[in-house]
Design a protein around this ligand. Structure first.
Ligand code: THU
Length: 141
């Protein structure tokens, strides 16, 4: 599974986004270290705050299937019914969820558009000086 393939799955996952409020459809494809890929889309709510981002949908699907180690996530988003023309970076809450389960120096966040992969960053680059399990002395190895 290379970065291009993962991005294609993220773009495909946008098709299921439930976005009647923002009309902003996001898709994510999460590559677990097991080799399995879990996709996700954003799911909005009339009360707004229960909204779940695409990235967290993918993570919670994977975690609930027993996955605990992850290598990379591809993300693509933009106006509903249009192909993504600009990158869509993960929100702060999603970065923090990644921080719980991913090595900030290793985990790759692949940001792409309809034209392909545009940027690949580590979680540590996206969330420098982060707060995570290690801060509390939790060694999950
Ligand atoms: N959203 C995501 O799903 N992921 C991101 O990376 C940024 C924002 C969603 C939340 C909401 O449904 C919509 O995009 C507009 O903020």
């Amino acid at each position: 599974m290379d970065e291009r393939e993962l991005l294609a799955l993220a773009i495909k996952a946008r098709e299921h986004a439930y976005v009647p409020y923002s009309h902003w459809a996001v898709g994510a494809a999460l590559l677990a270290s097991s080799g399995r890929v879990y996709t996700g889309c954003n799911i909005e709510n009339a009360a707004y705050t229960p909204t779940n981002c695409a990235e967290r949908t993918a993570f919670f699907k994977a975690l609930s299937e027993g996955e605990r180690k992850f290598d990379a996530i591809a993300v693509a988003g933009g106006p509903e019914h249009e192909e993504p023309e600009e990158i869509c970076a993960p929100c702060g809450v999603c970065r923090q969820v990644m921080m719980e389960f991913c090595d900030p120096g290793q985990f790759r966040v692949i940001l792409g558009t309809k034209d392909g992969v545009q940027t690949v960053m580590t979680l540590g680059e996206l969330l420098p000086v982060g707060f995570g399990p290690q801060t509390l002395g939790i060694d999950k190895e």
